[in-house]
Design a protein around this ligand. Structure first.
Ligand code: RBF
Length: 158
């Protein structure tokens, strides 16, 4: 089972469900861009491979992960958007910013999903260092961008 390796990217044997004309927003943080662009590529590729039309995928950038909450809210409040996928990478530093940002984003995105009653996906890496981030952005632990997209599709087919 994929989750045994903490790698859900191998979802090919699973039936994610139909996409139809669903519209997806992807909100991606520019901070740690080397990582987040890999997450974005993975999410976009997964959505299109699973049948989403490119014109139904709306990509927006925000400066850092902290801004994902407001960016996601602006997308979620649009009734034409069915799911919002949020991508970021918060690397543990020497300051306590990590804890504040990670906690705020996790809570903020969770609240948004409940408020707008639609999937708001937490595709935010919280690694200790750059290597751990790379391992999860197309490396040995898969690509969490793929998994965020797959999660959105699964939730739409709840
Ligand atoms: N944003 C991230 O997405 N990932 C980070 O690792 C990250 N580290 C930060 C560290 C410090 C000390 C500060 C001040 C900001 C950091 N940010 C990070 C940016 C943050 O998400 C946000 O864009 C800014 O705090 C402005 O609201």
């Amino acid at each position: 089972m994929a989750s045994a390796q903490k790698n859900l990217s191998d979802y090919s044997s699973q039936n994610l469900g139909n996409i139809g004309n669903r519209r997806f927003a992807i909100v991606v943080a520019e901070w740690n861009q080397e990582i987040t662009e890999k997450l974005l590529n993975g999410a976009f590729q997964t959505l299109t491979q699973e049948g989403a039309k490119e014109e139904n995928i709306f990509i927006k950038t925000v400066p850092g992960s902290f801004e994902l909450c407001l960016g996601a809210q602006w997308m979620a409040q649009d009734s034409k958007i069915d799911a919002v996928i949020c991508l970021g990478c918060i690397i543990q530093g020497e300051t306590r910013h990590f804890d504040f940002i990670a906690q705020a984003v996790a809570q903020g995105l969770c609240d948004l999903g409940l408020k707008y009653n639609k999937p708001v996906i937490f595709g935010v890496l919280t690694p200790d260092n750059q290597q751990q981030a790379l391992d999860r952005a197309g490396g040995k632990h898969g690509n969490k961008g793929d998994e965020a997209a797959a999660t959105a599709i699964k939730m739409l087919n709840f």
